[in-house]
Structure formats: C-alpha cells, structure tokens
Design a protein around this ligand. Structure first.
Ligand code: FES
Length: 158
C-alpha cells in the first residue's frame, strides 16, 4: 500500500515555502494534501532538504491531529459523533458504513484505498445532526440508509 513519492512534487512544495525549516507545518500540510497522508519517504527527503532531523519532522507530524501517517482513501468519510449527532443516532450510520466496507475501529481504510471511515467530535454543524462529511463536503440529516445510498453513488463514480 505504498504510494510512490514524486520528488519533483516535493521540490515544488519546498520551493513554494522557500526551503525554510520554519515552514515545516505548511510544507507538511501541502504534502498531505498531495498524497492524502504523510508518506515516510517524504520525511527523509524533507529532512535532507531542510537540514532538520527526521525526528523533529516526525514530532511535528504526530503532534497535530490532522496529520496522518497512514495512507487514506480517495474518499475520507468523517462521521460526527459529537453530542448532538450522537443523540440523533450517528453510531448506526458508522456501523452501517463499516459493515458495508468491511472496516472496523482498527481498520479504517479499504484495501483498494477508495474509502477511509473515521469519527470526529463535532463538525460545528450541530443543527444539521446527524452529519457526515466526504472530503469536507457536508451531508446533513443522515441515516444508515442514506449513507448506504451515498456509498453506492461514490462507488459507481469509480
Ligand atoms: S455534534 Fe455533530 S456537528 Fe456538532
């Protein structure tokens, strides 16, 4: 499940941020936007180019929750399990998606790298609960059946 790293792309990101080590956070953000996660090979490349240790880059990457060191699917589905969504039954939606995609709490990404299913704690759209997002697009008032339909549509598009 390893993505091939295009070091030309990495160089473009480094150029954008002036090859400055103190821009490590936006550099990692752009790297993640490109690959949908932070590939380990990128760490050593950035370390060499920026003159900072891989340990330091790793500590930045693990400090911020938004960075992922694991490959993510083309569609990242986030099911809100904040209070408002939880009381309006977000868990059955989560369970339905996990069942249909053969995922679990410990296996969050499908082997074909099409889907990642995660939970989040309040997407800030409580009035629309229960809510899920697919790559940051918000889907309000979800139900397990609506989630299945959405999944079918996404699969069809591929
Ligand atoms: S609790 Fe789900 S959007 Fe706030």
């Amino acid at each position: 499940m390893k993505a091939a790293i295009d070091f030309g792309e990495m160089d473009a990101i480094l150029t954008k941020y002036g090859h400055k080590a103190n821009n490590i956070i936006p550099i990692l953000q752009d790297t993640q936007a490109k690959y949908r996660y932070l590939p380990r090979e990128a760490f050593s490349y950035l370390s060499e180019r920026l003159g900072i240790s891989t340990a330091r880059i790793y500590s930045v990457a693990t400090f911020y929750e938004n960075f992922s060191l694991e490959p993510k699917g083309k569609y990242v589905i986030k099911i809100c399990d904040g209070t408002a969504c939880h009381v309006r039954k977000s868990i059955p939606i989560l369970e339905r998606l996990r069942k249909e995609l053969a995922l679990s709490e410990s296996k969050v990404t499908t082997d074909d790298l099409l889907f990642t299913v995660e939970t989040v704690s309040c997407l800030g759209a409580c009035g629309l609960a229960p809510v899920l997002t697919v790559n940051d697009k918000v889907y309000p008032a979800m139900t397990p059946d609506k989630a299945s339909e959405l999944l079918a549509k996404l699969k069809e598009a591929n």
